[in-house]
Ligand binder design. Sequence first.
Ligand SMILES: [Zn+2]
Length: 399
Amino acid sequence: MNLTYQKEGRNCPVCRSEESQLLFRTRFSKISDNYLLDSYDVVACKTCGFCFADQIPNQGVFDKYYKNMSKYEESKSLSMDSQYDVKRFNQIVEFINSNIKDKNSRIVEIGCATGLLLSLLKKKGFNNLLGIDPSPSCVETIRNKYGIPSLLGTITDLSSIKAESVDLVILVGVLEHIRDLNLALMEIRNVLRSDGKICIVVPDASQYLNGNDAPFQEFSVEHINYFGPGSLINLMISQNFSKVVIDQQVFEVNFNTFTPVILNLFKKSKEKEKQFKYDMGTVTNFKEYIINCYEREKSIHDKIEKINIDKKPLIIWGTGAQTLRLLANSDLSKANIIAFVDSNPKYHGKKLNDISIISPEELKNMKETILISTRAYQNEIEDQIRQVLKLKNTIIKLY
Ligand SMILES: [Zn+2]
């Protein structure tokens, strides 16, 4: 697969201004044939205060990535749904149930992965559901596992859905991934009935400091928009939607891992509402979050320094955003790494910094120290090494 692409400057997706302030520059090491971004600039719009990733490829590159490389199918279709997913999706279902009274409402979830949210809505009695996802495997899983209709599609191409036929569009964890937000919202407007609504759930950039996750985790390889309530309202107003309700919550996404989110409902409106306001609250909190991440990451750099003193051979478990970032921004790349391990089969046989990515089973005869490089799954992986694989290798944890 040819992954050569041009990076392009990005006007503010909310107000289209070209004037922005650089807040942070992030870099990632690349997995062979399987990467989306190797760097981006986090900027704040000088006109409206929206924070977003600049210098990124065009929307076509993102569409292709989500179609071919989706990690969401692997993690959710092979195993049972995690108790954390069930809990937070039930919180979203409660929100929808309290705001949408008619159980016959035509509801479409875009970017529905393997359909857990749709299945919980079905249990609540909603009976006119449709899932849309760019991954063929996800679409199949929803049909087979829950008997819910589903179609292949992306948020920037909803041509498979009849115009003005939908009462509610649901977007959970989607808008933070989309480069062309205006195009996406125009497509959604087009499929909504005149009184149609849209339910959006995105990480809350005005509350990042209230979350609990690895440093800089909000700047992952895939997240390119950082909404606070103010900028989300600005964006929706610019596309002729008006606010129905906005709720700020903190979701427990994994063991001891918390993500602040905005849960909200907007409705299609005929004319544009009032002019937007500068989103001061988000920018202020967002800058503090970046400073806080640098502080918290110091202890990780110290551990890496200690690992590098004796240069013993090292196996690194986890090739997620944190590893990619540490390889590009710390001395981890100078460690004597002999292999990377990841449980996602899509990564096996690929290379990272010219070193092979292997499956957990391939660790069987390896005696070297294992560094676990993830915060959210650290304890699960330790259990897998000791209880499932029964390995006695020395383990180093970063948290
Ligand atoms: Zn702007």
